[in-house]
Write a protein of this length. Structure first.
Length: 162
């Protein structure tokens, strides 16, 4: 392995709050996803919210304690596939009331025009594989459910020839 790749692999295993560049930070390795924070003059833009409410809440708390105690101005989901690590922690960084009132917009693929509790989760509806044909296909291929029993021959690159 190239020494710089080895060094990078060691660095990315360290959890905590990282400054990526001016006004751009990430909370890493407290969850399966990252919490990315863009610091604006008057507020924060959260890009992806980890997979759980508590890790997202703690990540935002860490940022506010060490960088700036500013309100969340917007949340952006970058998902293009069926992974909860992009949106699962949204309730750890904003409240339903902030989103429903329009104070904090959620920017995501699709639309968010549903009432009440759905407003936070509606953009993630397609993340439920049973309800969406494209997402169902993604989940089936992502987790290998369509592969069935895989028979490997001795000449398969997946298994050395014996």
């Amino acid at each position: 392995m190239h020494p710089s790749l080895w060094r990078q692999s060691q660095l990315i295993h360290e959890g905590g709050l990282y400054k990526v560049t001016d006004h751009l930070y990430q909370v890493r390795n407290s969850d399966i996803g990252n919490l990315t924070v863009v610091e604006g003059d008057d507020g924060l833009i959260i890009i992806d919210t980890m997979s759980g409410i508590e890790p997202a809440r703690q990540g935002l708390k860490l940022f506010r304690e060490h960088i700036a105690d500013k309100p969340v101005a917007a949340v952006i989901y970058t998902y293009t596939h069926t992974h909860i690590d992009h949106y699962g922690g949204v309730k750890g960084v904003v409240t339903l009331e902030e989103v429903a009132s329009g104070k904090v917009p959620i920017i995501a693929p699709g639309t968010i025009d549903g009432p009440g509790e759905e407003l936070i989760g509606q953009v993630a509806v397609c993340e439920r594989p049973r309800r969406c044909g494209a997402c169902r296909h993604d989940a089936l291929t992502l987790f290998g459910l369509i592969l069935g029993s895989l028979q490997l021959s001795g000449s398969s690159p997946l298994r050395p020839h014996i």
